[in-house]
Design a protein around this ligand. Sequence first.
Ligand code: NAP
Length: 347
Amino acid sequence: MKELNINGYTETIIERSDYPQEKCKSILENEVTAILGYGPQGYGQGMNMRDQGFNVILGLRRGSSWEKAVKDGWVEGENLFEISEAVQRGTIIQFLLSDAGQIQAWPTVKENLSEGNALYFSHGFGVVFHEDTGIIPPDNVDVILVAPKGSGLTVRTHFKAGRGINSSFAIHQDFTGRAKERCVATAFAIGSGHLFETTFSKEVHSDLTGERCVLMGLLQGAFLAQYEVLREHGHSPSEAYNETIEEALQSLYPLVAENGMDWMYANCSTTAQRGALDWAPKFRDTLKPVIEECYQKVLSGEEARRSIESNSKSDYRARLEEELAEINNQEMWIAGKQLRQLRPENL
Ligand SMILES: NC(=O)c1ccc[n+]([C@@H]2O[C@H](COP(=O)([O-])OP(=O)(O)OC[C@H]3O[C@@H](n4cnc5c(N)ncnc54)[C@H](OP(=O)(O)O)[C@@H]3O)[C@@H](O)[C@H]2O)c1
């Protein structure tokens, strides 16, 4: 455990060394973990548990996920079942369907839960927005959360590289009195690096804001704005792309990840340093109200309702393809595709 003290705010970080594999195995000795869903998270969390010899099974509907699971070595009737049977066999039920899929599958999951089960989520969405999702767990189960701070694919690649991806964890309901130890042991069993505690609400509000803003929405908007300005002033696609995206992702952002922003500012040219120091506050002042507006819409449930409504439509896939094609056809990403192929490692 590590006590963090950041400007007077103290937090306890649980480290992997606090829960070595043997300790997790002993806590989970009599548990069967049933993972429902085999998207990036089901795949990453399930494979990591299976590789370490934890007692884990999958619960899927027949279709593309089922076929992928069979290819990955899961065996029907042994550790691969239909959702209802997996819930009956499991004691810790990891609900890792898509958030829209969770709404549809909830009646099946609920009717097959047993007293004392732990219902595990990797996102607070279903429980927090229960008025829209209908997901209200019964009183006689533990309700826990482990949310890896990254894609399920990174959960897997980091595990295979001997690293871990940091996760938040939360206890929403402790029926058995063992909710926390079940939660923390499972968090390390799926390959987490270190853990910090949150609540279901805090997790979902920060996660929805993050993906709408700095992680994806704001990033795409900022890249495009700068690319367009450069192109409108006569810069070539290569110049605009390299100055906007390639240099950011290939050179500067990894250095910021490694060393922090102050180091980056201290280790660029004095000209870059002066400009970045002058312009950063302007961007902060311009963007903060937009991020606040987004947070308020997340808080009020408006963003959740919009997601549920749009993702539950029957033509959801076709509309998504159209929207993604629009991004794909932006000149910035057409340039990106061609320029990525010219990286020495791709030649
Ligand atoms: N992706 C991330 O970066 C990330 C990070 C942290 C937490 N999470 C959370 O982890 C959970 C899982 O996310 P994910 O990205 O791994 O998966 P996902 O892509 O959102 O979900 C895919 C899985 O859901 C199944 N599914 C969808 N609708 C279904 C239905 N009606 N009945 C049965 N199965 C259905 C799919 O099965 P088929 O193949 O049969 O359609 C597939 O196995 C979510 O709560 C998500 O918010 C995700």
